[in-house]
Design a protein around this ligand. Sequence first.
Ligand code: ZN
Length: 86
Amino acid sequence: MDCPKCKSRSTIVIEARRDLAGGKRRRRECQNCKYRFTTYEVYSHDLIDDDQFEKDIKKLTDSLEETKHSIVNTIDNLLSNIKEKS
Ligand SMILES: [Zn+2]
């Protein structure tokens, strides 16, 4: 992967993360100018199978559920704070 700034070919991956859609996000650093940039690999040859898809959907719904709970808790806390003060 060429550096977008100085076009050097010597870049390294400093962090790689897989997203829920099966794509990959890579944080890279140029060894020449130290410029940091992010690349995204979307699907390409890295297609996911049905099992992985089910797992990813479950992860997504679980995390949505957690978010929902934390929002409800925050609202509950705010409401009880308001009640205590009035
Ligand atoms: Zn560079």
